[in-house]
Design a protein. Structure first.
Length: 376
């Protein structure tokens, strides 16, 4: 449809690995460079031509309000013998992601696209409609359990953050406040790229891993650089706190991890190394607190990515209680984190079981009647 400069359009994108829609802020017709937009309806299959190779495909929910996307997001309706819920489940499978990757054409990486004609040529084994519906019901039971565990974990995190904010704001005898520039020293890391990774050697922390792979503290890294890189890298020592200086959103920028391993680790140049004499976990929890979230907002720069500079980070004031109080706050917060981690681990176990069950249902190594009797 043609874009009207006087209208406002609620817009969506598609998350990778079949994770559903990404709900974006509405745009006005006068502010977008697009001359045409695709209307995204409820119960439609939609994928990203540009990011299809990452599994950016889903079926929209039945209660989706009127939404729009660029013409990079083709949409498809369903025939009478195709259940949208089944195809939504199918978009969460490795087989679908591999097929999309195989259909991607172009000049490498982000330039690759899946054209609608090539998408329609993808071949999948589709069972009869009654079996589609039963598969959706069986997998839906597991999905409900996963969602319940994630909801419980999220609820605990909200409780943790509320309690953390209260503890840090309470004050008391011996408490002081200090900008980060006075509480310790802040150093930017040094650049390395993923192609530098080695199977073993010098442990390294990339800023993206702080969001996805680490909690408040870590004793081992998930990636390594060749040992020969050690002299050219900026290293975090045991006890230092590594802070992400870049993110895709304001909420995550400034997330931190206390490095508690036995050896120094290389730190990416989109991170900062905070060296201090405080309890390391306490410092890490400060960066997770509502207090820090509130104070950082005036210092973040929002463009295509969100950044916070070392100069601005140094201005943020943190409460510094006596050492024994720092450790008490760390213990109390860490106890809740352990419960959250256990819930997340159980949810992940169920996701893996779901993947195996769905794969076997689709390849018919398990029939649907047998699946109804399985304990997940």
């Amino acid at each position: 449809m043609d874009v009207d400069p006087d209208q406002t359009y609620p817009t969506v994108g598609v998350l990778n690995r079949g994770r559903g829609l990404l709900y974006r802020d509405p745009v006005t017709g006068s502010s977008t460079a697009y001359k045409k937009l695709n209307r995204i309806g409820a119960g439609q299959l939609v994928y990203s031509r540009l990011k299809a190779f990452e599994g950016a495909i889903t079926v929209t929910p039945e209660d989706l309000p009127e939404s729009f996307a660029s013409q990079e997001f083709p949409t498809f309706g369903f025939a009478s013998d195709a259940d949208p819920g089944f195809f939504r489940t199918l978009t969460t499978t490795q087989k679908m992601w591999d097929a999309l990757q195989g259909a991607s054409k172009g000049m490498g990486g982000r330039r690759e696209r899946v054209k609608p004609a090539d998408f329609l040529n993808i071949v999948m084994d589709i069972p009869p409609l009654p079996v589609q519906k039963r598969i959706v019901e069986v997998i839906g039971v597991v999905d409900e359990q996963v969602a319940a565990l994630e909801a419980e974990a999220d609820s605990l995190l909200r409780v943790r953050n509320s309690a953390l904010g209260e503890m840090l704001s309470r004050g008391g005898d011996g408490w002081v406040s200090a900008p980060l520039s006075e509480a310790g020293t802040l150093t930017r890391g040094r650049r390395f790229v993923k192609s530098d990774y080695a199977e073993s050697g010098l442990g390294c922390i990339h800023y993206g891993q702080i969001y996805t792979d680490f909690g408040a503290s870590a004793t081992r890294t998930v990636t390594y650089l060749p040992e020969s890189f050690r002299s050219s890298m900026r290293l975090a020592q045991p006890g230092d706190v590594v802070i992400a200086g870049t993110s895709e959103n304001v909420e995550d920028v400034g997330k931190a991890v206390a490095w508690l391993g036995d050896d120094d680790v290389a730190v990416h140049d989109d991170c900062f190394i905070f060296r201090h004499d405080l309890d390391s976990k306490f410092v890490s929890y400060f960066f997770a607190s509502p207090l820090f979230q509130h104070r950082k907002r005036q210092f973040t720069s929002v463009t295509k990515v969100v950044r916070i500079s070392a100069a601005n980070l140094k201005k943020i004031v943190m409460p510094v209680p006596p050492r024994e109080e720092q450790e008490r706050i760390s213990r109390m917060t860490g106890a809740v984190d352990s419960q959250v981690a256990a819930l997340r681990a159980e949810a992940e176990r169920l996701r893996r079981a779901r993947g195996v069950l769905l794969s076997r249902l689709l390849n018919r190594s398990i029939d649907i009647k047998s699946a109804e009797l399985l304990e997940v």
